[in-house]
Design a protein around this ligand. Sequence first.
Ligand code: NIG
Ligand code: FE
Length: 401
Amino acid sequence: MYILRGALEIVTPRPTLKPLFGDAMGVVDRLANTDILIEDDKIIKVGKHIEAPGAEIIDVTGKVIVPGFVDPHTHLVWAGSREHELEWKLQGKSYQEILANGGGILRTVKETRLIDENELREQTLKRFKKAIKYGTTTIEIKSGYGLEEDTELKQLRVANWLKSLNLADIVVTFMGAHAFPDNLSKSEYVSEVIRMLPLVRELVEYCDVFCEEGAFTVEESREILNEAKRLGLLLKIHGDEFGDTGGGRLGAELGVVTADHLAGSSLDTIKALSKSGVIGVLLPGTPFALLSDHYSPARKMVANNLPIALATDCNPNCYTESMQLVQQLAVFRMGMTPAEALVASTINAAFAIGKTDRGVISEGWRADLLICDIPDYRHLTYHFGVNHVEKVIIGGKFIDG
Ligand code: NIG
Ligand code: FE
């Protein structure tokens, strides 16, 4: 049992049983000169001058404390890297052109198939630790760089191995439908993904599909997601990354937990998503890494009551582990307020992966906390490009990332 004594301010979304949307997304509580009492993995009390016999006292005067960040969309398990593609992008090649020429996802598939599992663990662990250093305390991790049974399973085992380390908490997703391998026809590969579903069932909670022109069609995505649902998996979809191409609308039709990207979603699609209780996971690192100005219409989403979560999309095309950078892009490029960015990176991001016990600093919530060396929580976004997180507490334990 210990007390974090005398924080300059504790900043938190309000406790809630469902994701926040509309005006409520822009509201955080700011508690000045406040203490937090923690026992095991729980917050026992938040208040001024807390006394608890036997509790260790940890001085946090001058520090800002916020809930640990939840990153609800990453492709963290991959081999190799793609820095040369940045140069291609600078020459004007589009993401889809790079993919169609065997680059992009397919390049990473080649490397991920070849790598030994221990080496894959090591490469992934490095990124995982970096994410924690930058304040991520719960993270979602997808497969999708195998596009064949052995490598998809290898990626999923690595994600589950990370989970067993008990550092940050992890949610695992099967995304066999990430791209088409070059040795099968499209319909053969859709059947192959469906065949793999029961084989990965015990290793994952979610199934995700990349529904986009050049990737999986709406019909193919629907078929895969319906089968995943039948097996008891929860659903996610990568949709409307480049335009309103049906992924967002399919997400609304199927009632997925989250529809991710949504940079091209029309107003009607946003309304449909909002009506069917979907959370929009926005990934501003992706247009940033694609040298594009095409960011998700966050203001329209807030105005139409669609709950928003933020995530890194960490992958070899969009290579960042930092939820701080993502919040900065959300503010500077999508017009979100610092409070909305914090809500979207904590409580709403937790709901985006089905976690209902974290993302708020209040009695009874899980003790996932960040001690930040800043004078006001808004410096998390205002003062960009540096790491403000000084100490990370996950499930009540101080973690060295
Ligand atoms: O979410 N859009 C599809 N998949 C990833 C990119 C993966 C890659 O380029 O390796 C994404 O952006
Ligand atoms: Fe993604």
